[in-house]
Ligand binder design. Structure first.
Ligand code: ADP
Ligand code: ZN
Length: 731
């Protein structure tokens, strides 16, 4: 910002404002007389024909002709975005190569919250007495005896009378009108509300985390403990320390909308719920949470990855639960990994970060092994809870009946579990009925018109659906190619089809299918999850939605329908992901001390992943996987970035990708590979090519890619280029 003294020389005061646009730098605006902005102020500015909200930034505004500057139109009555958050935005922009405005845009997602929350009109008892008493009036006086201010409708409701009764009393002066401040979305947590008795192992870890918080300063601790070992219980102690220090806390969860149970556990410990933040939050609630985080009345947020961009003023601890979870990676517009960004945020803010997982990512494990992160272990399940006994089912030796997908071994275990009155979970990470539909007569396969993927049959809905772009069509009776009726066949299983098979075997069992296709959305899913936890289901067939953080006390059998599913793709993290997902799913069993069993149907029982899971020797798996990564220079021993070129035609995409490659110099430390047609060659009507940049651990990938893209071909026509630093997906 230019200071006021320059005004004397005829210059207007000006300020750089970051607007939510893919621009490389803030735009400069004039600051009207009498307006006082500081770095971080949220303002409204004209941008072309529109007005947008932006943030006053603190870089040099650059030389602009003051006469050409447009003035800031409004300064919002809102606490400024703090310096740490602004540096965080700059950092992410530099790291991900996304325009700073696009990162700042994530901070500005609740526009209605930039203005203070309105106060509501309320009624408060006075000393006056009504001229005449009726039963209804007596009830109103009784209800309002506490002396608090009530809203008119709230009081009417509480007293069970119509609002006209209230109006009558007000007119007589029995109530006076007062203004009620906005209510906090959550009560303040009480750190001494219910302190748990920790086991000695847990206590040691809790002490370590508390010490890190009390000492302050950036430090990352990886809490590595099997499911049920009490990781949550233990990091709550770190949360308590941070709150006692007067700091705000952020707890990141991969699937917050569904982990209702988490909020309740938090309440059991702290006497109040944390504020929630995720995409399913109603807009009014989002605005309240945003505003109250900015004002500091919300002390703890439990949120999805986007909660990193809430306007905290006193953030002092971030916990990343299930830190290995791929859901932390955002690939839309700004592609970032929330777990890694949480670590960065801690470094910028000078506060500790806790990463928790039963199956840490290889990246975090290596960081711990090499001493960059502290590692805290919780080796045993809490109390009597035993880990499930795990076994593979060799599908070559015990194949399912014709047309089925469940081995007789698994079926007989489901039967036994039913007989004991306990629950079974069948896990298959495939939504719908069947992943492919074809015509038995001509061989026609149903494919998405806009993507290179097969259409997935959803039998309940009677549709064929593309899982990449959402395209859907009615499942026809006749083949569109050869016209033959009734000869379409479903190939392979989805959860709906496994459910059909289960119902065939166990017609009297209560069966629930759980996937994101469930009608009724998140609300319905929560109800179903509660029903399962209450024992209102015998057999649950689910996708990865059931893997995340739920506690099902009576679940004593977990069957993995296709343990090989995740291993088949060309992703360098395929083995790691499969190991994590399968460990997590089998960890759903036996959380209460009952004897439990996990069965993995596989055609490769000798695969290192299967062996590691079954033997319980996770360490052997980690050592082997880490050694492999090191040998091939893959993350975290080397760095990767994806460049995805897409266009309306295949030729345009390919030639642009090739031109980028030609512009890429050979360096000792960084290579560019490709282009190759992407595995998802067509996505939502756009043709795609991928380049892969592979660099050494310390290579400056960002500068390299930036240089290549600016020296390379001009982006023209329908071409779009997206950069994905540290890609998690290679589709
Ligand atoms: P994790 O997060 O490692 O999966 P949790 O923290 O969810 O483990 O603990 C598993 C279960 O054991 C939960 O029901 C939790 O309430 C209980 N538990 C863990 N530690 C304790 C403790 N010290 N006192 C009481 N209950 C505990
Ligand atoms: Zn599609």
């Amino acid at each position: 910002m230019k200071d006021d003294s320059r005004k004397a020389q005829g210059t207007v005061r000006s300020a750089p404002v970051l607007v939510p646009m893919p621009a490389e730098r803030p735009y400069t605006y004039a600051v009207p007389d009498g307006m006082h902005v500081v770095p971080g102020s949220i303002v409204r500015v004209p941008l072309g024909p529109r007005e947008v909200a932006g943030i006053v930034w603190d870089c040099d505004a650059g030389d602009v002709d003051p006469k050409k500057l447009k003035p800031i139109s409004q300064l919002f009555d809102c606490p400024p975005i703090d310096r740490e958050t602004r540096r965080f935005v700059d950092w992410i922009s530099t790291y991900t190569l996304a325009a700073p405005g696009m990162v700042a845009r994530m901070l500005l997602r609740a526009p209605a919250a930039f203005d203070p929350e309105p106060w509501t009109e309320g009624l408060q008892r006075t000393e006056a007495v009504p001229d005449r008493m009726t039963a209804a009036r007596a009830r109103v006086l009784e209800a309002s005896r506490d002396g608090f201010a009530w809203t008119r409708s709230g009081l009417a409701h509480a007293a069970g009378v119509s609002s006209t009764v209230i109006d009558g009393l007000r007119d007589q002066g029995v109530f006076e009108t007062v203004m009620i401040p906005p209510r906090p979305v959550v009560a303040e947590p009480d750190t001494s509300y219910a302190q748990p008795e920790l086991s000695p192992d847990q206590q040691a870890v809790a002490d370590m985390l508390r010490a890190a918080v009390e000492k302050g300063g950036a430090a990352v601790t990886l809490v590595d403990g099997v499911t049920g070992s009490g990781k949550t219980e233990v990091y709550f102690e770190a949360v308590a320390s941070a709150l006692d220090k007067g700091r705000q806390v952020l707890i990141l969860l991969p699937e917050i909308a569904l982990t209702h149970a988490f909020l309740e556990r938090f309440q059991d410990r702290f006497g109040a719920k944390p504020a929630e933040w995720h995409s399913d939050l109603p807009p009014r609630m989002r605005e309240k949470v945003w505003r109250q985080v900015a004002e500091g009345s919300v002390r703890v947020v439990a949120g999805a990855r986007s909660a990193l961009f809430l306007p905290f003023q006193e953030l002092g601890l971030i916990v990343v639960d299930e830190e290995h979870d791929p859901a932390y990676k955002q690939e839309d517009r700004v592609s970032y990994n929330a777990r890694d960004m949480a670590v960065v945020r801690g470094r910028i803010g000078g506060f500790p970060v806790v990463l928790a997982s039963a199956t840490p990512s290889i990246d975090s494990r290596v960081n711990a092994d090499q001493g960059r992160y502290a590692r805290a272990m919780l080796p045993a399940r809490f109390a009597e809870a035993a880990l499930p006994h795990l076994q593979t089912i060799d599908m070559r030796r015990a194949p399912p009946a014709r047309g089925g997908f469940l081995s007789p071994i698994l079926i007989s275990q489901i039967r036994r579990t039913l007989e004991r009155g306990e629950q079974s979970l069948l896990f298959l990470n495939r939504r719908g009925y069947a992943p492919l539909t074809l015509c038995r007569v001509c061989g026609h396969r149903f494919q998405c018109p806009d993507c290179s993927s097969w259409l997935v049959e959803h039998r309940f809905r009677g549709q064929l659906v593309c899982h990449h772009c959402g395209h859907h069509e009615k499942r026809p009776d006749a083949c569109p190619e050869c016209g033959t009726f009734d000869h379409l066949v479903a190939c392979g299983p989805g959860v709906e089809r496994v459910a059909e098979e289960v119902v065939g075997h166990f017609p009297d069992a209560r069966t629930i299918v759980l996937s994101s296709d469930l009608l009724g959305g998140v609300r319905r899913l929560r109800l179903e999850l509660d029903a399962i936890a209450n024992g209102d289901a015998d057999i649950v067939i689910g996708t990865q939605l059931v893997a995340k953080g739920h506690n099902f006390p009576d679940m004593t059998l977990v069957g993995i329908v296709d343990a090989d599913l995740g291993l088949a793709n060309g992703d360098p993290r395929a083995a790691e992901r499969t190991f994590q997902l399968l460990s997590q799913v089998t960890g759903r069993a036996g959380r209460t001390g009952k004897k439990s069993l996990g069965l993995l149907q596989t055609f490769q029982p000798d695969h290192p992943v299967m062996r590691a899971i079954v033997s319980g020797n996770a360490e052997a798996f980690y050592q082997r996987e880490i050694a492999e990564r090191e040998k091939s220079g893959l993350p975290p021993f080397g760095r990767l970035a994806g460049i995805i070129v897409s266009a309306a035609t295949r030729a345009e995409a390919e030639s642009h990708a090739r031109a980028i490659r030609r512009a890429a110099p050979a360096t000792a430390d960084i290579q560019m590979l490709g282009p190759a047609e992407a595995p998802l060659a067509l996505l939502a009507g756009r043709h795609r090519f991928r380049l892969l940049v592979h660099g050494g651990r310390r290579s400056d990938m960002q500068s390299y890619i930036k240089a290549v893209l600016s020296d390379g071909p001009k982006v023209r026509g329908s071409v779009r280029v997206a950069v994905d630093i540290d890609p998690q997906s290679f589709l």
